[in-house]
Structures are given as structure tokens and as C-alpha cells.
Design a protein around this ligand. Structure first.
Ligand code: SAH
Length: 219
């Protein structure tokens, strides 16, 4: 099928995107390599494919978006994923961010709140042959049955940092979550130094679709 063809044109555009991300300050060669390897246009609706290598977020249906490449790169860099680590993602969406984590060697657990997106992405990843553990439901409570995790990434904007996510991190683990109002968020990186010692760093200037559910926004 045409959509899953990765042509020289796509590869060229992807290299240019990687150069753009580097110029914008992304430094991790592992992260840049993963973005250079994974065809982002596979995750797009056919009608939007020509935009797949712009550094922008795009609609993926159900009022949701595939995150901007810079944002994916920034969050992934903060997460500092090492091969073999167990990583939980809240907000599967198109499956692109999860696939980047998979390419970095992570054992990925990902949860999606919108049934249609969950089902569509599950079918699609199977077709691509990318293996991760997909769940349908509210991720604001984490995924306790598979906890603890080395890393947790939230890809929708949260009003608060849900306690459950910190609880489900291993000691030494990292949580990356955008927190703010419904339109703008600050990227928060939480490092669990010990059960009681939590380090918090913040990076300004992000815009995600809202995190819904129990500890999220009320629709
Ligand atoms: N990581 C995705 C980005 C998707 S946008 C990608 O690479 O494409 C954010 C996603 O979070 C949306 O699909 C939205 O439906 C989902 N979401 C919102 N609230 C959620 C919740 N409480 N639990 C799980 N997923 C949620």
C-alpha cells in the first residue's frame, strides 16, 4: 500500500527535519537517530501526508493530534531512555511517540482514553510490526498492574501531576509531564531520587491537547 512506502523524498525530508530539530537545541544523537529512522508520514491520514515532516502537530482524528516533532524529541530527551527500560506512556494517540520509545529499546506500555483511537492504532501498529503493550482507559491513574516503571511520559496537558504516576515510578525513575492550563503548559521533569525525595525541573512553552479523566480536565 502506498501510504506505507518510504521514498527518497520522505527520507530527505526526514533528514531536513532532524537538522531543524538539532538547530532548535535537541542534542541526543539516539533521539535524533530514532526520528530519522521512523517514517512519521506512516502515522498520518493520507490527505495530510505531505505535511508529515513539518515541525508541527497535526490532527489524527477524535479531536486529537500527533505531537510536534520538536516536542516528541524534547520529551524523549528528558526521559533519557535506555535499552530494556520499562516505559509507560499516557496518551497513545497515533502511536508515533510510543514507536520512538520502542526504537530506543524500551519495553513500552501505553494507554489511550479514546476507544476509536485505541482500536485504530492497535490495528495499525500490528500492521507495522511494532510491538508494544496497548491499553484502553484513563491513564491519570497510571497502569498499576504493570508498575513500577523506569520512566513515565504523559503526552497530553495535565492540570496537576497525578500522585499515582509518581507512586508507580521506580526509585531513580523519571516522569515527564506537561502541566498548566488548557492552552499552555510547562514541561515538568520529576526525578524520584528516593521514595520521599522528589526533584522537579521545569521547561517553559508547550501546547498539548488536554489530559482528560479522573485527575485530568473535566471534558
Ligand atoms: N503520543 C501521541 C500524542 C497524542 S495527543 C502521539 O504520538 O500521537 C494526546 C492523547 O492523549 C490523545 O490521543 C488523547 O485521547 C489522550 N488522552 C487524553 N486524556 C487521557 C487519559 N486520561 N488517559 C489516556 N489517554 C488520554
Amino acid at each position: 500500500m502506498l501510504k506505507l512506502e518510504d521514498t527518497y523524498l520522505h527520507k530527505g525530508k526526514r533528514r531536513a527535519l532532524v537538522a531543524e530539530l538539532r538547530a532548535k537545541g535537541i542534542q541526543s544523537e539516539k533521539v535524533l537517530d530514532a526520528i530519522n529512522t521512523l517514517p512519521r508520514h506512516f502515522f498520518f491520514d493520507t490527505a495530510l501526508i505531505s505535511h508529515a515532516y513539518e515541525d508541527k502537530a497535526f490532527p489524527i482524528g477524535e479531536g486529537q493530534t500527533i505531537s510536534q516533532p520538536y516536542t516528541v524529541a524534547f520529551q524523549t530527551e528528558l526521559l533519557d531512555v535506555k535499552s530494556g527500560e520499562k516505559v509507560l506512556e499516557i496518551g497513545t494517540g497515533s502511536g508515533y511517540q510510543g514507536s520512538i520509545l520502542h526504537l530506543l529499546g524500551a519495553e513500552v506500555y501505553t494507554i489511550e482514553y479514546q476507544k476509536k483511537l485505541f482500536e485504530g492504532t492497535q490495528r495499525f501498529l500490528k500492521r507495522l510490526g511494532i510491538e508494544m503493550n496497548l491499553f484502553y482507559g484513563d491513564g491519570t491513574g497510571g497502569l498499576p498492574q504493570h508498575a513500577p516503571y523506569d520512566k513515565i511520559i504523559v503526552t497530553a496537558g495535565a492540570p496537576i501531576v497525578p500522585e499515582a504516576l509518581i507512586a508507580q515510578l521506580k526509585v531513580g525513575g523519571i516522569l515527564v509531564i506537561p502541566v498548566g492550563d488548557r492552552r499552555r503548559q510547562t514541561m515538568v521533569k520529576i526525578t524520584k531520587k528516593s521514595a520521599k525525595n522528589i526533584e522537579r525541573e521545569e521547561f517553559e512553552g508547550f501546547a498539548f491537547v488536554p489530559l482528560l479523566g479522573k485527575d485530568g480536565w473535566k471534558h
